[in-house]
Design a protein around this ligand. Sequence first.
Ligand code: ADQ
Length: 498
Amino acid sequence: MRIQKDELWTEAKLKDLIRAKLGENALFVVSNREPYMHIINQVTGETKCVRPASGVVTAIDPVMRACGGTWVAHGSANADKKFVNSKNKLGVPPDDNRYILKRVWLSKEEEEGYYYGFSNEGLWPLCHTTHTRPIFRETDWQMYKKVNQKFAESILEELPSKNPFIFIQDYHFTPLGRMIKEKRPDATIALFWHIPWPNPEVFSICPYQKEILDGMLGCDLIGFHVQNHCNNFLDTVNRLLESRVDTEKFSVNRRGKETFVRSFPISVDGKITDESFSSKQEDLDLIRKELELEGKIVAVGVDRIDYTKGIIERILAIDRFFEKYPQYKNKFVFIQLAAPSRTHIKRYHDLMGEIDELIEKKNWKHSDGNWQPIIYLKKHFSPEEIAPYYELADICIVSSLHDGMNLVAKEYIAAKTDLNGVLVLSEFTGAARELLEAIKINPYSIEEFADSIKLAIEMPQGEKSKRMEKMRNIIKENNIYRWAANIIIELTGLKKAV
Ligand code: ADQ
């Protein structure tokens, strides 16, 4: 079965495909971050269910809502234990149970070594070209493997007696595929790598390179966002591991097992054809009034606070823009929505301080008392709260120094029903390969970046609409349902070939 290029994929269609391909075999998803977190406010005692700021959750939740199944993830929030049954499970979303979330509990030491240490101080900087030095500690690596084993056991308990399908998410779980396969060789396992894959020279500094690659090759299929990451992965395996790389089939043979490597550019749910997606006029008016945006040109940035997202570079470019083009003072406002992330890691903690300080400094430099050029909203927002900011923004700025895909760029386009918006997009994102009508920037070149902001402001209406329409068509076609369908078809196709 091949998917037609212009075929429109919907939740219902994906549901039918899953039923036809997997039958009674439910899908098992594994990720570190859980899709719903129960958080209690220690002061008021009030509990909230929150969807975390995570690209993985944004992408996979609509797929699981469509297909049902079980999602296994770390129960990391302070009230999570109160909401599970005796098997650590609950139905989610809480108000409309579509699938099962199984929470895995980790001790502080486990979380420290596996999540903060090996995953986020080691592999994350290793895979992103941002010149942040990866830190590899033997204790973190041992804990990372121990936690992977814990997840393997939690998943193995759930698997049906025949031919289960397991879909592993991201760099937190490089040994997991092999660990599951050892106990259940009949399982079909895919791993999706949500971040870039570096070239062999870069990867070879990792002291655990062979074990990592060998673990990943326990899976049947490994997916990346873009072809270049697939190529880097195959080059890395070819260079560092005893195996046979087949460049025709795009696969690796190791000890008699074949693993296929493919690109699947991830996307958003889109809902481009669904009018209900638009925010209420009152919500838009309220934000405009509260932030004094009336008559102003508005640009927005929406990010987890992470050094890969180029937030510092963005502020420097806005500063340079006002220096070069002072005629825009009092006329242009930049709003940064920023969710604190991994704050326990020193690099992230320091970055938060740097951003606070820089914004304060630049606001002081340019503002005249009545107008503030940068509005910094440092908190976690729900997707419904973010939507009006996308809708009212004339410009969205995505300036990542390196990013597997970047879903903010796609969310902005999906939200612009009136076609009245311009996307300024870093050339170092996976999204830049698809969204050719965006204004491309190199975030390291502050001068060029500042000029691109001016270009976005001054783009004629007709040109804006034309570009936005083209990008909306791309997202409408290549939405998250098509992404999931492509992976399921590839995976079930492989199964038959075994
Ligand atoms: P992330 O690095 O998390 O994802 P991204 O793809 O941009 O990056 O997704 C971020 C998500 O968090 C978006 O859905 C956004 O709306 C949300 N978000 C951002 N700021 C927020 C805030 N202040 N409050 C609440 N939510 C917020 C990783 C990779 C990416 C890849 C995705 C999916 O790093 O390259 O696109 O996985 O594969």
